[in-house]
Design a protein around this ligand. Sequence first.
Ligand code: GSH
Length: 208
Amino acid sequence: MTIELHAFDTPNGRKISVALEEMGVPYTVTTVDIRNGRQFEPDFLAISPNGKIPAIVDTEGPHGKPVSVFESGAILIYLGEKTGRFLPQDLAKRIPVLEWLMFQHGGFGPIPGQVHHFLTVENENDRRYGLERYSKETRRLYSVMDRRLAEHAFFADEPSIADFAIIGWAWRHPRHKIDLADYPHVQRWYEAMMARPGVQRGFAVKLS
Ligand SMILES: N[C@@H](CCC(=O)N[C@@H](CS)C(=O)NCC(=O)O)C(=O)O
């Protein structure tokens, strides 16, 4: 099995390189330079109709046929199902994995992403408004994670695709101006995740 990963060096791209490394899945990387509009070219839109990275192609998908998958959450679930790793079969164990995966997709990604955006806005009033709104919500999300991690080593009972999704964005905490010292349980989890050889390989692989 070889997966083609189409990605760039961003939080959503890194989630998948981390997951592939942790799962021990062989893969190739095709860089999609989102700075020059490569994501809007027809051949990429054919596998990622929303024009965003990441996407994967599995040449040996279900029933032995090639399949493409877009949206990083769908990709993580696909890879977890395919490898039988980091996504428990047991429904009770699967629930927290899906909860924290969706938490990342609905909030801890879109919201710090807005902080990244507003930091670049030139108009001072607009910048101040955006940063006030989205930095406050980003801090609240870190507090939610801190409470969870005060009672759990990982977001579910074992390391899972939810941790891979969240680490992609936590990796950018300096950019969204978060000091992890303010969230000690997140900091402990972050350091534990970053010490994992698979995670380190996932962040080291060239995506740009
Ligand atoms: N919900 C999507 C978000 C993907 C996304 O926002 N990707 C960004 C990079 S991190 C992108 O491709 N941006 C290019 C653009 O918006 O034109 C996912 O999780 O896959």
